[in-house]
Design a protein around this ligand. Structure first.
Ligand code: BES
Ligand code: ZN
Length: 584
């Protein structure tokens, strides 16, 4: 028996599923997906016991060929869900499972028309990372079990269904629309993704378009106009783009993340639509995952830094190659400084009493990946890679990146495999930079490089004070750096002066707005409260919800909890759980 992933029932000695054929009908009235999943085994399968991951699925029937076969469901584990154990006959090279999802599926958010921009049609989307695919379809829900898939999805005729896959065709049948998709490259199950709603598209370049509700489509096309340039830069860094297309889907406001790198179709929060292209680093980030994450995947959540650390590194390289003001060397350095600040806050705040959670190599048996989520794998992972780059120089490091992609493409990787690879390619360098300080020891190693730029110095010289004339030329990232560094040092007087001069409470840029509101709430600036309550009713991005609820909670626990009780139903199921824990 070999269960390698602490978050999956997958047993590597059992037949592995290498292709999924999914037929699904989406029922907005019952908030249910009725599915038939055929799981095809890798060649050489010999039948026997097969353990699959499920969560809140009703299993109606399991068959092999035409014969029903025995299956058992385990007790539900609060983190892993329910193990579905199937006995496949030796001759079977596939099994078929008829099932339906629950309205409480943790991967799905069913939105009413009022929760969309258009206000006329319902919306449904999936979010499977890290371990939610199992609440949409029964499968071996671990990155170690990559699979290809095809899907036939039926939705109400007036809605559009998109998948993170190639669309093969669409046909009307009465009041319904049937769409067919195919993903012919093997993906980790957490990248299975779809969305259904009133969606239209705009072309961005030869390999990309943006999808959005009609109301925001033009704005999105303007905001994301640089996508094609980013693709070209990404290819220089990592080699040929492996997924053919890079489309972007603008989600409704409740989307719980900034972006999600679903292959061929990145999902993004509408809070990126700032009107000045200042937040497109999130697009660069999700694009970078096309290589680091989607092509080379962390083997399980304990090695998450290999996805996110590499991706932040690549994001900042892409940003560096774009033009100012939001791209270029300075802009990239400012983002790195912001990242370091975020990491410092995580180390000294969130994880003060749990320093072990600030190691890159984590141990997550019995821990829900959604709860373990933090900025540490992103920013400490980034610093680890930067430290190596500094040690060997950019030219050698860039060659290493290409070797890394060649070696691990369409594979999964652990921290140990990464270290063995590094030792082979750049012998001695891990020892030289004291890699254990990054991987197995808490905190920020003092040999990690600091981002340097005169603009960072200028911002830092005004921290905790009212900035002078230079602030009128600050980019949103510089404002954010100022606010993040000032958060523990602001007085109500400073807040009043800042708000009078720069109208921060009215900012249309969510990164500035949320950093400002957190600072202002903590300083006791009264006008921030009402604006925070508005923001909490408007967005579902957890990066914004968490600090704002926490800052409200410091002021008044009752008020924060009452507000959450009122707004909770509008948040994504994952956000509901995470916030509940944060406010407990
Ligand atoms: N893959 C992540 C989002 C994610 C992580 C979803 C873990 C579920 C579990 C995505 O690539 C990401 O990191 N998004 C960031 C973007 C930022 C770092 C530029 C976000 O959502 O804020
Ligand atoms: Zn990411």
């Amino acid at each position: 028996m070999a269960r390698l992933d602490p978050h999956s029932y997958y047993d590597s000695e059992q037949p592995r599923v290498e292709r999924l054929s999914l037929i699904a009908r989406i029922d907005f009235d019952r908030r249910i997906l009725d599915g038939t999943a055929t799981l095809h085994f890798a060649p050489g399968a010999h039948g026997g016991t097969i353990d699959l991951d499920t969560r809140d699925l009703t299993i109606l029937k399991v068959t092999a060929g035409d014969a029903a076969i025995a299956h058992q469901l385990s007790e539900k584990d609060p983190i892993l869900g329910t193990r579905l154990r199937v006995q496949a006959p030796a001759s079977a090279n596939s099994i078929t499972i008829e099932y339906r999802t629950s309205p409480e599926s943790t991967a799905l958010q069913w939105l009413t028309a009022e929760q969309t921009f258009g206000g006329e049609h319902p919306f449904l989307f999936s979010q499977c990372q890290a371990i939610h695919a199992r609440s949409v379809v029964p499968l071996q829900d671990t990155p170690r079990a990559r699979l290809r898939y095809d899907a036939t999805i039926t939705v109400p005729a007036h809605l559009k269904v998109l998948m993170a896959a190639a669309q093969l065709g669409e046909e009307m049948r009465g009041s319904e629309k049937i769409s067919r998709f195919e993903m012919n490259q093997p993906i980790p199950p957490y990248l299975l993704a779809f969305a259904v709603g009133d969606l239209v598209s705009r072309e961005l370049g030869p390999r990309s378009r943006v999808w959005a509700e009609p109301k925001v489509a033009d704005k999105a096309a303007w905001e994301f106009a640089d996508v094609d340039t980013m693709l070209t830069i990404g290819e220089k860094l990592f080699g040929e783009y492996p997924w053919e297309r890079f489309d972007v889907l603008v989600m409704p406001r409740s989307f719980p993340y900034g972006g999600m790198e679903n292959p061929r179709l990145t999902f993004v929060t509408p809070t990126l639509l700032a009107g000045d292209r200042s937040l497109t680093n999130v697009i660069a980030h999700e694009l970078a995952h096309s290589w680091t994450g989607n092509l080379i995947t962390n083997a399980d959540a304990e090695h998450f830094w290999l996805n996110e650390g590499w991706t932040v590194f690549a994001e900042r390289r892409i940003l560096e190659a774009l033009s100012p003001p939001h791209g270029g060397k300075e802009a990239s350095a400012i983002d790195a400084a912001l990242g370091r600040r975020t990491l410092e806050r995580a180390v000294t705040g969130q994880f003060k009493d749990h320093p072990e959670l600030t190691c890159l190599r984590t141990h997550l048996t019995g821990v829900d990946p959604d709860e373990a989520f933090s900025e540490v794998p992103y920013e400490k992972g980034y610093l680890f890679l930067r430290t190596i780059e500094e040690a060997v120089g950019r030219t050698r490091f860039d060659a290493l990146i290409h070797a890394y992609v060649d070696r691990f493409r369409f594979g999964t990787i652990t921290t140990e495999e990464f270290c063995a690879f590094m030792e082979r390619e750049l012998p001695g360098v891990l020892m030289q930079i004291h890699s254990a300080r990054f991987l197995d020891q808490p905190g920020i190693p003092d040999n990690a490089p600091r981002a340097e730029s005169s603009r960072i110095d200028a911002v830092e010289s005004t921290v905790g004070k009212l900035p002078g004339a230079t602030a009128s030329g600050w980019t949103p990232a510089e404002w954010q750096l100022y606010l993040e560094q000032s958060v523990d040092r602001a007085t109500p007087e400073l807040c009043r002066a800042l708000d009078e001069k720069y109208a921060l409470t009215q900012s249309g840029n969510y990164e500035i707005l949320v950093s400002w509101l957190e600072l202002a709430l903590r300083a006791g600036h009264a006008p921030a409260v009402a604006r925070t309550e508005e923001v909490l009713a408007q967005v579902g991005r957890m990066k914004y919800l968490k600090p704002l609820y926490q800052a409200l909670h410091v002021r008044s626990p009752e008020r924060a909890r009452a507000l959450f009780a009122r707004l909770r139903g509008g948040y994504h199921p994952i956000a509901q759980v995470v916030l509940e824990k944060a406010l407990a």
